[in-house]
Unconditional design. Sequence first.
Length: 105
Amino acid sequence: MTPVAWLVFIGAALLEVGGDAMIRKGLHKASLFFIITGFLILGCYGMTVNIVKWDFSRLLGVYVAIFALISVLFGLLVFRETISVSTWAGLAIIMLGGMVIQFGS
Protein backbone atom coordinates (compact mmCIF):
# COMPACT_ATOMS: atom_id res chain seq x y z
CA MET A 1 0.00 0.00 0.00
CA THR A 2 1.38 3.40 -0.94
CA PRO A 3 1.91 6.17 1.63
CA VAL A 4 -0.85 8.16 -0.09
CA ALA A 5 -3.32 5.30 0.36
CA TRP A 6 -2.38 5.07 4.06
CA LEU A 7 -2.97 8.79 4.51
CA VAL A 8 -6.29 8.66 2.65
CA PHE A 9 -7.49 5.69 4.72
CA ILE A 10 -6.41 7.27 8.01
CA GLY A 11 -8.08 10.56 7.04
CA ALA A 12 -11.25 8.75 5.97
CA ALA A 13 -11.34 6.76 9.22
CA LEU A 14 -10.93 9.94 11.26
CA LEU A 15 -13.80 11.53 9.33
CA GLU A 16 -16.03 8.47 9.74
CA VAL A 17 -15.35 8.04 13.45
CA GLY A 18 -15.57 11.79 14.05
CA GLY A 19 -18.85 12.08 12.14
CA ASP A 20 -20.34 9.21 14.08
CA ALA A 21 -19.15 10.76 17.36
CA MET A 22 -20.83 14.05 16.41
CA ILE A 23 -24.13 12.28 15.67
CA ARG A 24 -23.84 10.35 18.94
CA LYS A 25 -23.25 13.58 20.85
CA GLY A 26 -26.16 15.24 19.05
CA LEU A 27 -28.52 12.42 19.90
CA HIS A 28 -27.48 12.34 23.56
CA LYS A 29 -27.70 16.12 23.95
CA ALA A 30 -30.68 16.61 21.59
CA SER A 31 -28.62 18.94 19.40
CA LEU A 32 -29.61 19.20 15.75
CA PHE A 33 -26.37 21.12 15.06
CA PHE A 34 -24.19 18.15 16.06
CA ILE A 35 -26.38 15.70 14.13
CA ILE A 36 -26.24 17.74 10.90
CA THR A 37 -22.51 18.35 11.31
CA GLY A 38 -22.02 14.60 11.77
CA PHE A 39 -23.96 13.89 8.56
CA LEU A 40 -21.78 16.36 6.64
CA ILE A 41 -18.59 14.85 8.03
CA LEU A 42 -19.78 11.35 7.09
CA GLY A 43 -20.39 12.57 3.55
CA CYS A 44 -16.80 13.82 3.44
CA TYR A 45 -15.66 10.37 4.62
CA GLY A 46 -17.46 8.74 1.69
CA MET A 47 -15.77 11.07 -0.78
CA THR A 48 -12.35 10.63 0.83
CA VAL A 49 -12.24 6.83 1.07
CA ASN A 50 -13.13 6.49 -2.61
CA ILE A 51 -10.17 8.59 -3.77
CA VAL A 52 -8.08 5.40 -3.78
CA LYS A 53 -8.59 3.69 -7.16
CA TRP A 54 -8.85 0.06 -6.05
CA ASP A 55 -11.50 -2.60 -6.56
CA PHE A 56 -14.37 -1.79 -4.20
CA SER A 57 -14.12 -5.04 -2.21
CA ARG A 58 -10.37 -4.65 -1.67
CA LEU A 59 -10.73 -0.95 -0.91
CA LEU A 60 -13.28 -1.40 1.85
CA GLY A 61 -11.73 -4.66 3.09
CA VAL A 62 -8.42 -2.95 3.85
CA TYR A 63 -10.13 0.25 5.00
CA VAL A 64 -12.21 -1.65 7.58
CA ALA A 65 -9.01 -2.74 9.33
CA ILE A 66 -7.76 0.85 9.56
CA PHE A 67 -11.23 2.05 10.60
CA ALA A 68 -11.35 -0.57 13.39
CA LEU A 69 -7.97 0.57 14.72
CA ILE A 70 -8.95 4.25 14.66
CA SER A 71 -12.30 3.43 16.31
CA VAL A 72 -10.71 1.61 19.24
CA LEU A 73 -8.08 4.33 19.68
CA PHE A 74 -10.81 7.01 19.51
CA GLY A 75 -12.77 5.19 22.23
CA LEU A 76 -9.64 4.90 24.37
CA LEU A 77 -8.29 8.42 23.91
CA VAL A 78 -11.35 10.60 23.22
CA PHE A 79 -14.14 8.87 25.14
CA ARG A 80 -11.75 7.55 27.85
CA GLU A 81 -13.24 4.06 27.59
CA THR A 82 -11.59 1.01 29.06
CA ILE A 83 -10.88 -1.35 26.16
CA SER A 84 -11.40 -5.02 26.99
CA VAL A 85 -8.97 -7.78 26.13
CA SER A 86 -11.57 -9.31 23.81
CA THR A 87 -11.81 -6.02 21.89
CA TRP A 88 -8.01 -5.87 21.50
CA ALA A 89 -8.02 -9.53 20.36
CA GLY A 90 -10.84 -8.87 17.89
CA LEU A 91 -8.97 -5.83 16.58
CA ALA A 92 -5.87 -7.97 16.02
CA ILE A 93 -7.97 -10.45 14.01
CA ILE A 94 -9.48 -7.64 11.93
CA MET A 95 -6.03 -6.15 11.28
CA LEU A 96 -4.75 -9.58 10.21
CA GLY A 97 -7.71 -9.89 7.84
CA GLY A 98 -6.89 -6.50 6.36
CA MET A 99 -3.31 -7.64 5.74
CA VAL A 100 -4.54 -10.82 4.04
CA ILE A 101 -6.73 -8.71 1.74
CA GLN A 102 -3.92 -6.22 1.09
CA PHE A 103 -1.08 -8.65 0.45
CA GLY A 104 -3.02 -11.65 -0.89
CA SER A 105 -3.13 -12.40 -4.59
